[in-house]
Design a protein around this ligand. Sequence first.
Ligand code: CAA
Length: 379
Amino acid sequence: MNFEFTEEQIMIRDMVRDFTQREIAPLDEELDRNGFSHALYEKMKEMGLMGIHFPEQYGGADGDAVTSALTIHEIAKGSASIALFLDAHWLAADTILYHGTEAQKTKYLPMAANEGIFAFALTEPAAGSDAAGIQTTATKVEGGWLLRGSKAWITNAGVADVCVVLAKTDPDAGAKGITAFIVEKGTPGFLVGRKEDKMGMRGSNTTELILEDVKVPDENLLGEIGGGFKIAMIALDGARISIGAIAAGLAEHAMNIAKDYANQRVAFGRPIAKLFAIQEKIANMAIGIRATQLMTYDAAKLKAEGKRHTKEAAMVKVFGAEMCSKTCAEAIQTLGGYGYSKEYHVERLLRDAKLLEIGEGTSEILRMVIGTTVLAEKD
Ligand code: CAA
């Protein structure tokens, strides 16, 4: 795809592509069976991937939102689970990058780049789409805050060193009563709960979190008291671009398997790639992938330029996620019975793809965001 990347972005893209082919893609099946790999995380850290878009002064490689989209996109061609792991790490770390005090940035960003895994804890057992409906509370005490409640479906939580936790500091103030806190692993009362036995994306770790009167010091309050909902929404705007990047990479992975199969499988005396029905499937896949890539980098560019990208990020997430599920299902159909077997991998890709329509804002919620935004726009 010929988006206008800088020379440096092209260099990073090629470096991540090579790393993905060598170190990530060969592990994707094993990750699906055995779950998250610390050994692979160590290699990603050594490659400098964990903070690739952080400023150099905080241990990063000085990239921007396009660089991070490129990184996620390339990784997703080898393993959607690992791309999701990195997306969730940045979802949390970026809240500190954009809203942290200098002291918080100096302490936590080098950690996110070089030492530890981060997680973003918003969702609760009874509050997913209705993010303002969370019930975890934060009560002011001498020198800090006491956090009490539970979180669900938190990507990376079971392996995380640092979590950004959203809690109600004013339970009667709706979205304006939510505040963000930085909570370190090992803080008394901060416990990892049940691990989710997920349909797909099994190479990323997803668990509950339990907060039993966790004392968080004043200096770990992130942003303004009552400003947590906006911090979360801004973070999700960015992460939804990453989901577009995952959708494009994962769909390309599925299309490549379908292409290879179609070119070698003979039926009716010739490769099935010669059949119009198969050409049409591949054409639709290629169109969807290209559109998703363009939408992803367009939204990433808006973000890199500091422009509001709520609508564009929601659009690429909805379009990309649905395109990706369809592409993976059509890849299975292209392979017929073999596609339905674990041996040919596309069944795993379809299981991974389904998450993209749910996590970080369902397609239904995001259509609501897009619809209300467009309806309010003056031409
Ligand atoms: N950027 C900046 N501000 C925003 C914003 C955005 N994208 N979206 C909303 N806001 C602001 C609004 O402007 C408003 O501020 P004012 O009152 O000052 O005008 C305030 O936030 C409240 O906004 P709404 O009234 O629109 O809020 P709402 O309660 O109606 O909710 C919603 C809107 C879009 C449905 C929101 O709840 C939402 O996005 N839900 C989906 C949540 C989601 O994606 N969850 C998945 C999290 S992923 C996770 O936790 C798991 C993991 O492992 C990563």
